[in-house]
Structures are given as C-alpha cells and as structure tokens.
Design a protein around this ligand. Structure first.
Ligand SMILES: Nc1ncnc2c1ncn2[C@@H]1O[C@H](COP(=O)(O)OP(=O)(O)OP(=O)(O)O)[C@@H](O)[C@H]1O
Ligand SMILES: [Mg+2]
Length: 252
C-alpha cells in the first residue's frame, strides 16, 4: 500500500522490567513511525519510558513483543550480529553528554566513524574537516574533549552522528546540560539536518527548545504515545490534552 519506505517503524512494542515478584510494563502496544526529514520530539514524565523507547528504536534492546523496522528491514528475525550491522549502517545516537573518546581529537572522533564505515582515510578526513567547519569547529579540530567546552563537545558529538550519514538519528535529551543559547544551536543543527540531510530524527526532550523545532510532538504516558496538539493552532484541544486550559485561555 505504502510504497515509500518509512525510515523507522515501531509497531506494537511491549517492554516490561521485572519489579520484585511482578513486572512493570513500561511500553505497551506502542506504535511510532518516523519518516525521512521529520523531527519527532517526545516528552513525558521521568520514568515514563522515553529512554527505553529510544534503546528499542535504536536496536540496542529487543522488545518483549512487537516489531522494529529500520530502513525497510524488519529486525525481530535478525541475529544480534545482523542487528549490529543494521544499526551501524543506519542509526546514529546523540546523548546528553557527548560521550567522546578522551584520547582522540575532535577531528579524529569524526574520522574514526568514516574508518568504521570502510571509507579511505582521505575521504574520511575530507568529510570530517568539512563537517567540523559546518559546525563552526574548524579551529578546534585538534583539541581533545577535555580541552573543549560543553557546547563544543556536544557539537563534536553531533558531527560524529552526521558523519555516519544515518537514516535515523536518535537523541536522548541532547540539550539538557546546555544553556539556552547553546541548546538552540544544537536544536538548529538537528532540525536542519533532519530537513537538509533527510534524516529521520527522534529526540527526547524535557526542555522547550527541541519541542519548538519539532515537525511532530508526542507525549509518552501509560506506555504509549499521544499526539501533542499545539496551543496556538488548537487551543481548546490543547487544553484538554495538556490539562492547561485555564492557563492557555480562550483569547476572548
Ligand atoms: N534495566 C532496567 N531494569 C529495571 N527497570 C528499569 C530498567 N531500565 C529502566 N527501568 C525502569 O523503567 C522505567 C522507565 O525508564 P526510562 O529510563 O525509560 O524512563 P525515562 O522516561 O527515560 O525517564 P527520565 O526522564 O528520568 O530519563 C523506570 O521506572 C525505570 O526505573
Ligand atoms: Mg531517560
């Protein structure tokens, strides 16, 4: 029916953790589709299961039930090794802290991704240098992570993710440790890449900045995702969904 391949398709996923003698169901018949070029931002209370969802969508954890399809490939029947290959070829991650390797310079962090992908050194270097320039890090390319600011480290982490030319980019609270201005830069980079590099981008965020740049906003509650209706476009519905009717007002 649908001839375009969805970049990421999470279908009927269930995840439960053991909880003493019982189990705690964190994701329950959860569905999510993210298309190329989209930036979906997910919010939800602490413990709602947002990070769990990202690890399932990123093929870092198998769901108890349901199917995750990445770039048109269903993953439930794959071996661990095949899942790792699919993840390497199609998925990149950005974390709250950049998780850089302490002994590699900014340039080397990006080049390494090219080498892992089997690129020739010259190609990897040229792409890494171009990306660092784009991220306004050209002058910092020979610094080690310990010699970079938090915002610079986060931009290197994003450069590393772009270097992988992913189909899907997954970011868990990428702006949580940044001041508002640096957070805006990171959000602009992610939303720009979603559009211009056609990356299916899935971001978990507590703060406002990523939500404002989202093409779609969802809230994780009760194990499933709910559409967040923009107050500006549909105030009445927003009031009922978000429970903020009194604050939003009716505008007379
Ligand atoms: N490995 C695990 N074993 C048992 N319980 C777990 C495990 N990982 C997560 N949980 C539980 O699952 C629930 C969801 O956790 P998760 O980290 O996905 O939440 P979150 O929405 O990302 O929260 P936060 O906003 O605080 O990061 C929590 O109650 C957590 O305690
Ligand atoms: Mg989390």
């Amino acid at each position: 029916m649908n001839h375009t391949t969805t970049a990421l398709d999470v279908d009927g996923v269930r995840v439960a953790y053991p909880d003493g003698p019982d189990e705690r169901v964190v994701l329950d018949s959860l569905d999510l589709r993210v298309a190329a070029g989209e930036m979906v931002v997910i919010s939800g209370e602490s413990g709602a299961g947002k990070s769990t969802l990202l690890t399932v969508a990123g093929l870092l954890r198998r769901p108890d039930q349901g199917e995750v399809t990445v770039a048109g490939t269903s993953t439930s029947g794959l071996s661990d090794r095949q899942r790792t290959t699919l993840r390497r070829d199609h998925i990149a991650f950005v974390y709250q802290s950049a998780n850089l390797l302490p002994t590699l310079t900014a340039l080397e962090q990006l080049e390494l991704v090219g080498h892992i992908r089997g690129e020739r050194s010259g190609t990897a270097r040229a792409r890494a240098l171009a990306l660092l320039d784009e991220l306004d890090l050209g002058g910092r390319r020979n610094q080690l992570p310990g010699q970079l600011s938090g915002g610079e480290r986060q931009r290197v982490g994003i450069g590393r993710a772009f270097m992988a030319q992913p189909t899907v980019l997954i970011a868990d609270e990428p702006t949580a440790s940044l001041d508002p201005e640096r957070a805006r830069t990171v959000v602009d980079l992610l939303s720009g890449a979603a559009r211009e590099r056609s990356i299916a981008t899935l971001v978990v965020a507590h703060d406002d900045a990523p939500a404002r740049a989202a093409t779609r906003r969802l809230r994780l509650a009760g194990g499933t995702l709910h559409e967040v209706v923009e107050p500006a476009t549909d105030r009445a519905a927003a009031g009922s969904v978000l429970g903020v009717g009194a604050r939003v007002g009716t505008g007379g």
